[in-house]
Design a protein around this ligand. Sequence first.
Ligand code: HEC
Ligand code: HEC
Length: 352
Amino acid sequence: MNPLIKGAILGAVLLLAACMSQQAPPWEAANPIVPIPEPPLGIEQTFADLAEPPTPERVRLGRWLFYDTRLSADNTISCATCHIPENAFSEPTPVSTGIDGQKGSRKSPSFINQAWTLYPHFFWDGRAASLEEQALGPVENPIEMGNTHVAMISMLQGIDGYAPYFEECFGTPEITTERVAKALADYERTRMSGNSPWDRWKHGKDETAVSDQVKMGDDLFFNAAACSQCHFGQNFTDSRFHNLGIGWNEETGTWADEGRFVVSADSADLGAFKTPTVREATKRAPYMHDGSLATLREVMDHYNKGGHASPFLSPMIEPLELTDEEIDAVVAFMEALDGEGYQDTAPTAFPQ
Ligand code: HEC
Ligand code: HEC
């Protein structure tokens, strides 16, 4: 090729590259578009199973929104304030602290692997039917983010940097509550957990991946201790509601939290809560909807004695009479369910 033409082409390419790098806003490097991750070993469903699979663009936008404190009334609280990545998107305290230091009454649950659920139940009492429906509740919760959807949307509209990403995701630059919810939900869907030592043993057939103690715990979990009556499937949850007697006050004969009853008005649901996953349990102490049990050992003691005697205690909860050695084995089994696929950190820069 004529060196002159070659030089001209090279120059044009360099100029174009310079233009593009100039155009790319500085916050993009902190949150590039990445391909949708493959579900890790042990998660048998795929995003193609979903009616509307997440898109890389929406996950990127959702990641910004999830960590952006400007969604709260006083710019101090983001979703990640209570759903902390290192805690598998739960938190290390019994209940959440939201805006102005106000305390909620429930522990923030993890949403790992919730792209797929057996039943569409979100929150401890299942009052939301999709991640989209769930996503915007906290924004208007006076204790959590203390904002209004109208104020949140006008705040986002006031940040010029956000509109291009709404256009990229949805075809037009309009910023609406539905679009914000969709992007947040897609980010949540890509937070998965699998490929734990237990998965590498059970699904990967690697006999050396876990100890004999873990194998003993696995046998107890699925058989003698019958934990798998409620904790089953790829995410170890039936997505249904059960009463373990947590929060029953014997003296007053009342529930600290009426749980599923608030949604169903069925008295059989008094004090019943959604079965949480046992994946990543070591990251999520203290346990239960009210964070009242400090360690996995305490959780086991609770089950071993047959729960708290209370009206409507699940008939599936009975004294187990496990020995100390067996309790340790079930705990070791749960510890072997720590895996990967959810880890993240907040983007270091946001649209301005
Ligand atoms: C102040 C703390 C706090 C903030 C901020 C917060 N959450 Fe939560 N989140 C909670 C608590 C507590 C619950 C459980 C509430 C309940 O069950 O009634 C919850 C429940 C959830 C669930 C349901 C998980 C399940 O397994 O059912 C999802 C999903 C979720 N939050 C996403 C979000 C998103 C998205 C945001 C930001 C827009 C957010 N949260 C902001 C504390 C918080
Ligand atoms: C009848 C259904 C049922 C059975 C059987 C059951 N669980 Fe649970 N599990 C639940 C429910 C529901 C909760 C949440 C209860 C609450 O918050 O009030 C829970 C909570 C937990 C938690 C706390 C998780 C968290 O994020 O707070 C762990 C760990 C756990 N169960 C492990 C086990 C083990 C181990 C067994 C067997 C010894 C077992 N479960 C048997 C339904 C069940």
